[in-house]
Write a protein that binds this ligand. Structure first.
Ligand code: GLC
Length: 715
């Protein structure tokens, strides 16, 4: 049922005004600076066209929004307010850890809280929509955008993607009342993470089964949570770019997933149909995108220059045009913009008020997302040790990572600053930003290492080395950092590696040189404080890997949820030739999905499986964890399954549930998983999600590789 007042407004609009509503441009077109997140074209646009567009993306400040909106409304005939959108991906000005790090928390409540706080800062700066969450399924760390993802498990990603939407929009979706919330645009629909070779923007060629089984669930979760927009992806799907893919948008997104909101292209993706060579010119690009169902053309002039003529030449398209414009007006109405075009802005004081709570929340997030991969009794640090802090990231403030919007690096707490507050016997070999580590720096570092009890080696990626348009063919430490690790280890065996990274890296060649490895990811504004708390034991590391760390880049794409194949490698056929394996590498990850250590330990003492209800197909899985040590221990108990015989080939393991658990010292604790048969449904060859009768093996453990079989159920 359409809103009457919007239908009436639609009737008043001219064809040019309707087309204008489907155009989104950066602030540059209003002589204001803003964020450029894609190739920049400048094209001629009349003043009339400027004051007919529907949306602006990429403003940085409240002042910009206020100035542009005010100027626009003064000149707009129908006074339809602009809707302002931005990439608020992991914070607006106070920066949270990158999304891949946030996924390492396996904590939907943390995600929801972070999204709510980011929305508050963004809304105060006049942002109405964020191009987040990114729901892409990923299994290839060569693709720099794994940084923005929730990792390699569709179930985990679905849960976290929905949490982002709730956090941004608010559970009741009362965006027109709660001016501290913003609308969510889930992206990139669909399959972008499967770019061949991990090379950004490259061809994607997936089976429908793969798309339905692994790539759609997180989008469905976001749409079911109420995501207001969907952004299509740059890549081809079944041979046609998503931006011009009518079956994908109309049949899959609209009909199968039931999406009723606004469909927006990615940056210049309509015009890029020409580069894809599926359109000869801008007019054909506009025609194909519009037919497919793109309702807002981000940063291209195709709709602006050609859509009016296309509609005039084909009046039967008028209804589709009205539907698209209605979706734009509906979004603005949901946000309350007709009543308050300056939504969220305090016109008297346009400065954004950064509050301490948000900053402390980013610290909590960084503490909960770091992953301890190795610790040979060297962490936590103690005050009576002589500690050396060495490496390019030792006192670096480049710890936000890509998509950190207007976060100011000078506001970041470096590792050095964080550790300096811990009153340790700390010597720091600072690092001047150079392209690669010099021999001189390495020599100085080795001297300091020799005089120290423990060496903290802070290394990793610069912000430019992961994220969009940051594909790599090598995943070892860059810029001679691997040489630094190996040289230092020759002078002091007590090396703690602290990694600042936006993606899984290949640590195989340096892993043995380190007694401990802590994955800090890009930890955000409070990174130094969080890592210092973790390294000194104030807080126990509790992150778990949301994405496998490979032994070699040659293993990619890699996921724990791989299929069995007809010739699986098993513990008892290792010496056989004709099995699915490499001649020069293991099959499994160096560090598998779900893996992570703490400072304590616990064991699974006993498990039971109980068939609670035959009628409802409900089972209860109980596990008793026991902690024999004197220290409380935080862990993540994980429940996996394997469907023993299926219609289509299924993964050897599937994560079904997980639980964060604090096991008190010298105690045991019982954990119960309630699981329904419906959780074992999978997409069949007819593309329908359904159960089929058979046996399901259940596994419980602390990562995807070590989980032990606890029994079978028959459904
Ligand atoms: C970029 C990205 C997309 C982003 C958009 C707007 O190219 O692909 O994720 O939201 O443009 O900045």
């Amino acid at each position: 049922m359409k809103d009457k007042h919007l239908v009436e407004l639609l009737k008043e609009m001219t064809l040019a005004e309707k087309v204008g509503q489907l155009v989104q441009l950066t602030p540059d077109f209003f002589a204001q600076g803003g964020e450029i997140t894609g190739p920049m074209q400048q094209w001629q646009m009349s003043e009339a066209q400027s004051y007919q567009i529907g949306s602006v993306l990429g403003t940085h400040t409240a002042e910009q929004v206020y100035t542009i909106q005010k100027q626009y409304l003064e000149k707009s005939r129908l006074k339809i307010p602009l809707v302002f959108m931005a990439d608020v991906i992991h914070g607006y000005e106070t920066i949270f850890p990158i999304p891949l790090a946030m996924a390492a928390s396996f904590d939907e409540h943390l995600i929801e809280k972070a999204a709510k706080l980011a929305a508050k800062e963004a809304a105060e700066a006049g942002i109405h929509v964020t191009f987040s969450p990114m729901a892409d399924y990923v299994k290839d760390a060569r693709w720099g955008r794994v940084l923005e993802s929730n990792g390699e498990d569709p179930t985990l990603s679905s849960v976290l993607t929905a949490a982002y939407v709730r956090g941004y929009q608010g559970a009741t979706n009362n965006l027109n009342k709660d001016k501290k919330r913003i609308a969510a645009c889930v992206k990139h629909f669909v399959g972008y993470g499967a770019a061949e070779g991990g090379r950004d923007y490259n061809t994607v060629d997936l089976s429908d089964l793969e798309i339905y089984q692994n790539y759609l669930p997180a989008f469905k979760a976001a749409i079911d949570a109420g995501a207001a927009l969907v952004m299509t992806s740059f890549n081809t799907v079944r041979g046609i770019p998503a931006t011009a893919n009518q079956p994908l948008i109309q049949d899959v997104l609209r009909k199968k997933l039931g999406f009723e909101g606004l469909v927006i292209s990615d940056w210049a993706a309509v015009a890029e149909l020409i580069a894809h060579r599926v359109a000869a010119d801008g007019e054909e690009a506009a025609k194909k995108a519009f037919h497919a169902g793109i309702e807002m053309d981000m940063m291209s002039d195709c709709y602006m220059n050609s859509l009016a003529q296309i509609i005039t030449a084909a009046p039967e398209l008028q209804q589709q045009l009205d539907q698209a414009v209605y979706h734009v007006l509906k979004l603005k109405d949901r946000l309350g913009l007709f009543d308050d075009p300056y939504r969220g802005l305090n016109e008297a004081d346009l400065s954004v008020h950064l509050d301490t709570d948000t900053r402390l929340s980013t610290r909590e997030a960084a503490e909960k997302t770091a992953v301890l991969l190795k610790n040979e009794d060297i962490l936590p640090l103690s005050k009576n040790q002589k500690i050396a802090l060495i490496g390019p990231k030792a006192d670096s403030k480049d710890i936000f990572g890509a998509w950190s919007w207007i976060g100011k690096q000078e506001d970041a707490v470096s590792l050095k600053e964080g550790l300096s507050e811990k009153h340790l016997d700390l010597s720091v070999l600072s690092y001047a930003e150079e392209e690669v580590l010099s021999d001189h720096y390495i020599e100085e570092a080795c001297k300091l290492a020799e005089q120290s009890d423990v060496v903290l080696l802070a290394v990793g990626e610069s912000s430019e080395e992961s994220g969009e348009a940051a594909s790599l063919t090598k995943l070892t430490l860059s810029r001679r950092q691997d040489v630094l690790v190996q040289e230092i280890a020759k002078h002091n065996p007590n090396v703690v590696l602290i990694l600042f990274n936006g993606r899984p890296l290949v640590l195989s060649d340096i892993e043995e040189s380190c007694k401990a490895i802590l994955i800090g990811w890009f930890p955000g504004s409070e990174g130094g404080h969080a890592l210092a708390n973790l390294l000194t034991g104030t807080v126990e590391p509790q992150g778990r890997l949301p994405m496998s760390f490979p032994r070699s880049v040659g293993q990619l794409p890699l996921t724990y949820g791989q299929l069995s194949t007809g010739r699986p490698k098993t513990p008892d056929n290792q010496d056989q030739k004709y099995i699915s394996r490499y001649m020069d590498e293991e099959n499994d990850a160096l560090y598998p999905f779900g893996f992570g250590l703490g400072y304590g330990s616990c064991e699974i003492e006993q498990t039971t499986i109980t068939h609670i209800s035959e009628e409802e197909g409900l089972y209860e899985v109980n596990a008793r964890l026991i902690n024999h040590t004197e220290k409380a221990h935080r862990t993540l108990l994980q429940l996996y399954s394997q469907d023993l015989v299926t219609e289509v080939a299924r993964p050897i393991r599937e994560l079904k549930q997980w639980r964060k658990v604090l096991v008190p010292a010298k105690s045991s604790i019982d954990i119960t998983f309630n699981i329904s048969e419906t959780q074992f449904a999978y997409v069949h060859s007819d593309l329908l999600l359904k159960n089929d009768p058979g046996k399901i093996a259940l596994y419980i453990g602390f990562d995807s590789k070590q989980a032990d079989k606890i029994g079978e159920i028959a459904i």
